[in-house]
Design a protein around this ligand. Structure first.
Ligand code: DOR
Ligand code: ZN
Ligand code: ZN
Length: 446
């Protein structure tokens, strides 16, 4: 029997460096990677020496939909993913309705089912009712999300005991806890003080959403997780202070991982002041010193993943008179890969690091067992890129509904040519070519 597809003349990254090989795909999986003796295939495609990466696994995406579909929906969000070389996304729970138990998760999965171009796994917040956490995991939630900046879901985030208990349960079920680490008390108090003083500009926002608020939340979580040793994954680490708190906690035997975003790596508070609320995000863009620290940590191997934190809003929601009324969040699904390939071309990042940070590690941390590697037996989720092609980031061409970006007009080198999802060509040279529904829902299998 011939296999479904053979990709000829692919450049692949191996432990010995870059090599040319052919990739046979069958039944949605990588059947064989070899230089010779490939099986016969129904379809052949010549990749002309372009680089094939494992498709990106973006563990921090806000797909919205349901009552927030005006910002983004499963169709537009997963098209944006495919157009960014992202073959699996993990959807955050701060939706309307909030993903917070088996019922809300089931509803969200059924809405997504036939409308996704890439694979989607779902977070849930941690349900307060003790009977519910195992049920939401059984329904397929891949991880829990904890927002410490404001209450999302029904868990009492001000109560240490509730958090410790939630971590214990997560540990028992071996489900990771992703954390937005900004201390709510500090944010609320700071915002009130600023508002009373009539301050409502970017500077005020930066002061309130301080590195100290990040540090305090990280220290608190690591202290509370110590009792159970629950797997904690810190989202969008942004500051030197945050990194120091994390390093301190890592000296004990805690199971801690962390993520950075391309915007926290490549932009600073100067860009925030320039782009104003369009570049507003939580945590905000930081000082140059903070950015440099993130890069050093990344090079030392202390950063585990890079995720987009794709957080689309309408342009009207982004622009507001008062900074306190503007919605924080930056769309990132379509910029992550070209930005990072540019860093590879500039020798700031190696291909090996890129693959580890955007595919392998997210797969390991969130237990996506058969994804994230370009190896036989793994799912055929692939991104084909031309490392030499230069272009400019143009948000008006985004598939996302959020057609703006603080990277608007940036010259990048390294272009996505094709994206394969479960062995199917999903995106090809600027166009979506698969049907929605070719992406699969990834469920927790435990
Ligand atoms: O900038 C952000 N946007 N930070 C968050 O924590 C939420 C997110 C969103 O959902 O828009
Ligand atoms: Zn967040
Ligand atoms: Zn987020």
């Amino acid at each position: 029997m011939p296999v479904d597809l053979v990709l000829h003349n692919a450049k692949i990254y191996t432990t010995k460096g870059l090599a040319t090989a052919h990739i046979a795909i069958d039944n949605g999986k990588i059947f064989k990677i070899a230089k010779t003796n490939l099986p016969k295939s129904s379809t052949k495609l010549n990749l002309k020496g372009n680089l094939v990466l494992p498709g990106l696994i973006d563990s921090h995406v806000h797909l919205r939909d349901q009552l927030l579909a005006y910002k983004e929906d499963f169709f537009s969000g997963t098209a944006a993913a495919a157009a960014g070389g992202v073959t699996s996304v993990m959807d955050m729970p701060n939706n309307n309705p909030i993903t917070m138990d088996s019922k809300s998760l089931r509803e969200r999965m059924s809405q997504a089912k036939n409308r996704i171009f890439v694979n989607v796994a779902f977070y849930s917040t941690f349900p307060k009712n003790t009977k519910k956490p195992p049920l939401v995991v059984k329904e397929g939630a891949i991880a829990f999300k904890l927002y410490l900046s404001k209450k999302i879901g029904d868990l009492n985030i001000n109560d240490d005991e509730s958090l410790s208990h939630a971590f214990e349960k997560a540990m028992e079920m071996n489900i990771p806890f992703a954390v937005h680490a900004e201390d709510r008390g500090m944010l609320e108090q700071g915002k009130e003080e600023m508002k009373r003083a009539g301050k409502d500009d970017i500077e005020a926002y930066i002061k309130v959403h301080s590195p100290n608020a990040e540090e305090k939340a990280i220290s608190r979580v690591t202290r509370l997780a110590r009792r159970s040793g629950a797997p904690i994954h810190f989202c969008h680490l942004s500051s030197l202070a945050g990194l120091q708190a994390l390093s301190k906690a890592r000296t004990t035997s805690l199971s801690i991982t962390c993520e950075v975003t391309p915007h926290h790596l490549l932009l600073s508070s100067r860009d925030l002041k320039h782009h104003k609320t369009c570049a507003l995000t939580d945590p905000p863009l930081r000082s140059r010193k903070d950015t440099e620290t993130l890069w050093s940590a990344l090079k030392l191997g202390s950063i585990d993943t890079i995720a987009s934190d794709h957080a689309p809003h309408t342009i009207e929601e982004k622009k507001a008179e008062s900074v306190w009324d503007a919605k924080p969040g930056i769309p990132g699904l379509e910029t992550t890969l070209p930005l990072l390939l540019t860093q590879v071309n500039e020798k700031r990042l190696t291909i090996q690091e890129l693959i580890r940070l955007t595919s392998e590690k997210p797969a390991t941390i969130f237990h996506l067992r058969d994804r994230g590697h370009l190896e036989e037996g793994y799912r055929a989720d692939l991104a084909v890129v031309d490392m030499k092609q230069e272009h400019k980031i143009n948000p008006s061409q985004f598939f996302s509904k959020a057609k703006y970006s603080p990277f608007d007009g940036w010259k990048v080198k390294g272009k996505l040519l094709k994206t394969f999802v479960n062995g199917h060509l999903a995106y090809d040279d600027g166009e979506m070519v698969s049907k929605p529904g070719t992406g699969q829902i990834i469920r927790c299998v435990r």
